[in-house]
Write a protein that binds this ligand. Structure first.
Ligand code: DGY
Length: 329
């Protein structure tokens, strides 16, 4: 029997590739950079399955070019790079990798929060540039994390994992979400704030954990930044376009807020002429919140399992469009 064909858009953990290789003919894009669009389109006409990353745009044009495609398995929890309704209309399963990255992403969110509050990156640069002349009472003063108020925007798995860490720092935790979570509120002693502006006005730290949709694009813009405290710190490990970066630049430059720490930007990779790169009070990391060896291996294995199920015509264990199964059924 001929094996199904699969294209994997970047090198991933070898054990995941081996699992896929046991049942499919696999081609892996070996470059460090993603396949350029025209190349990606050339790779898909014969494939039954695609293992994609958040850097690959999976839209109607790509699906037109891949008439045999049964499954798009995205190695990420987010899937805003995929036109899911197009996939659903065509009976193509879409898989993602939730849960395995929750704690790792929450760890990194806290790393950014601590680093921005205590100016860790600036302090390191200060030292390496030979500016450490003495112990100074006013040198590199930051803001305390303990006893401060954290505002979580988007209370899904990652938001909840960040809340647990915050409790350990004796923070007061507020959260804003469409859905109220009374169990967690009670268990962790959180406060639900149904009004975003109110949460922004009360928080010392604001951390974003929402998916990118038409509704959340530029959710944090000039008006929202203006509502924040001048001492506030904004952390974003979700998706860059949730924040209006031009407005954020103005807010940081004018001292309207104290600092920001971003693992994601509106355009990725961040263009070298991005004005935010000129500011000392912003930390920008290259979308690495889930980047631990263990987690990336688990994400690859989960993406492989989703892919294999889809190739067999079965619903992937982590499926974002389960309605495809009922259509097939
Ligand atoms: C995701 O999974 O969506 C993250 O942004 C990358 O791990």
């Amino acid at each position: 029997m001929t094996k199904p064909k699969v294209f994997v858009t970047r090198k991933i953990a070898q054990e995941a590739l081996d699992t896929i290789g046991a049942i499919a003919e696999v081609e892996v894009w070996e470059d460090e950079l993603p396949p350029p669009r025209d190349m990606l389109l050339k790779k898909v006409p014969d494939i039954d399955g695609l293992l994609s990353l958040l850097t690959d745009k999976i839209d109607a044009t790509l699906m037109d070019a891949a008439p045999k495609l049964k499954i798009v398995s995205n190695m990420a929890v987010g899937y805003d790079n995929i036109d899911v309704s197009e996939a659903t209309n065509r009976g193509i399963f879409v898989g993602n990798t939730p849960e395995v990255l929750t704690e790792t992403t929450a760890d990194f969110t806290f790393a950014l929060l601590l680093a921005a509050a205590r100016r860790v990156v600036e302090a390191d640069v200060h030292t390496k540039k030979g500016k450490w002349k003495t112990w100074g009472p006013l040198v590199l003063l930051g803001h305390d994390i303990h006893n401060a108020t954290l505002g979580i925007v988007g209370f899904g798995r990652i938001g909840a994992a960040v809340a647990k860490r915050a409790i350990g720092f004796n923070m007061q935790v507020l959260y804003y979400d469409k859905v109220r979570r009374p169990d967690e509120e009670r268990e962790l002693g959180l406060e639900y704030v149904p009004d975003l502006i109110e949460l922004l006005a009360r928080a010392d730290f604001v951390t974003l954990h929402i998916a990118l949709t038409g509704e959340t694009h530029h959710l944090i813009g000039a008006a929202e930044l203006a509502a924040m405290k001048p001492t506030a710190i904004l952390v974003n490990t979700s998706r860059g376009p949730v924040v209006d970066q031009k407005a954020l630049y103005q807010a940081l430059r004018s001292g309207r807020i104290f600092a920001a720490a971003l693992d994601v930007t509106e355009i990725e990779p961040v263009p070298p002429d991005e004005p935010l790169l000129t500011l000392d009070n912003v930390i920008i990391t290259p979308h690495i919140a889930s980047a631990s060896v263990t987690t990336r291996t688990k994400m690859a294995s989960m993406a492989a399992a989703n892919l294999i199920a889809g190739l067999r015509g079965e619903m992937p264990p982590q499926c974002v469009n389960p309605e495809v199964a009922s259509r097939k059924g």
